[in-house]
Design a binder for this molecule. Structure first.
Ligand code: DHB
Length: 390
């Protein structure tokens, strides 16, 4: 009799605890932010984490009556680790949304888990066109390489450049950049005389650049991921390739705002195409850059930061609209079709593709207030990912 009473009391206590947990769970909204915080892609993690925290500091951590909790995990940019961390965040932490994803292989490895668990997956960095097709739960706030590359391939032949060599990192975004740049350039009457691919991990650019010097094209088009641009620039200049009359061009990943100011005056005049420059001349961007620098002394926001900042905004707005009802599907529905002014310019999440539609700017490296910046000189408005049409 005593024993049964005791068991009954214990059961009640456990039920009580479970109920408390359920309430606590219901009152929090968890964002699992998986980023490369160490290793070759560490600057991507540092930029996105700083931007996400800035967004929360500016907008509070209570949304639709829920306390927003940001859980940051370091995947070291190893896709198997990204996947394992995502699994843990879904099963153990019961996150409401996954976010981050520094490189394409990490995003692709995780996409099936988003589908199985019906968890929205906000891709803030990775930029291979096909990522949004890997799961109906993927929504992207970064950009795509076809978006940026096609814009540059339209500029090139109008500016006295005919013969181009392409040099890209040998994986998803590089292959997209190579393909879409070449297709469009050839369509415009230009020529790609050689297409070179360098390994993603610990690349040695020297033998490839030597080859380019020997071919002596009008221009070298480069895609390397964020953080690798400075090494390319240094070796390009060391070989005197600029003096040999070879123009350096690329997607804006090359003149990454995270590194640009340390590249030296040799970077002056380099033309790139991209969706974000820290020098974008809008009041909203000026405010964003000032606040980011104040919160992170010595750091200038780059295109990774803007993907993180706008990704947080998209999540906050979706939570407000859905009021936390309808689980992952409710949240996902409220992300689709969002339209707003970002520090990058106008931005739209296409409800059909879940990909970002945005302006692509042509920029040239120039000095402003004694610092190197990507100064925008032309814009192609509301660019959809050209990769989706195929
Ligand atoms: C990817 C990574 C980058 O650092 C970048 O600048 C563009 C694309 C990627 O892996 O998708």
């Amino acid at each position: 009799m005593h024993k049964r009473l005791f068991l009954h009391a214990t059961a009640l206590a456990i039920c009580g605890l479970a109920a408390t947990n359920a309430i606590a769970q219901g009152d929090t909204f968890k964002i699992g932010l998986i980023l490369p915080m160490t290793g070759q892609q560490a600057s991507t993690g540092r930029q996105i984490e700083a931007a996400a925290k800035l967004y929360m500091a500016q907008n509070g951590d209570t949304v639709a009556g829920k306390k927003v909790e940001l859980i940051v995990k370091d995947d070291t940019s190893v896709p198997d680790v990204t996947k394992r961390l995502a699994q843990e965040l879904i099963v153990n932490n019961k996150v409401n949304v996954l976010a981050g994803f520094g490189i394409t292989p990490s995003a692709l490895a995780t996409a099936p888990l988003a589908t199985q668990s019906k968890t929205p997956m906000v891709v803030m960095a990775a930029a291979t066109s096909s990522i949004t097709e890997a799961s109906p739960y993927v929504v992207r706030t970064s950009f795509t390489l076809p978006q940026a590359s096609v814009a540059l391939a339209d500029w090139v032949p109008k500016n006295g450049i005919k013969k181009v060599v392409t040099l890209v990192s040998d994986y998803g975004p590089g292959i997209d950049a190579e393909k879409y740049f070449k297709e469009r350039l050839v369509f415009n009457g230009g020529l790609v005389v050689e297409a070179l691919r360098v390994p993603l991990r610990s690349p040695d650019f020297a033998p490839f650049l030597q080859k380019v010097r020997d071919i002596k094209p009008d221009a070298l088009f480069v895609f390397v991921p964020s953080g690798a641009g400075a090494a390319v620039m240094k070796q390009f200049l060391e070989r005197g390739m600029d003096k040999a009359g070879i123009k350096l061009i690329g997607t804006g990943d090359l003149t990454d705002d995270d590194q640009l100011n340390d590249m030296g005056d040799g970077a002056l005049g380099v033309v790139t195409s991209h969706h974000y420059s820290a020098a974008h001349p809008s009041p909203l961007n000026q405010k964003f850059v000032d606040a980011f620098k104040k919160a992170n002394p010595g750091l200038r926001p780059n295109f990774m930061a803007i993907g993180g900042y706008d990704g947080m905004r998209m999540i906050y707005e979706a939570l407000k609209t859905s009021k936390g009802q309808g689980g992952g599907d409710g949240l996902l529905a409220a992300m689709k079709g969002q339209i707003f002014e970002s520090p990058r310019g106008p931005m739209f999440i296409d409800a059909q593709t879940r990909d970002v539609v945005q302006n692509i700017y042509l920029r040239k490296v120039e000095k402003k207030d004694g610092q190197l910046y990507n100064i925008e000189f032309d814009v192609i408005k509301d660019v959809k990912d050209p990769g989706k049409a195929k």
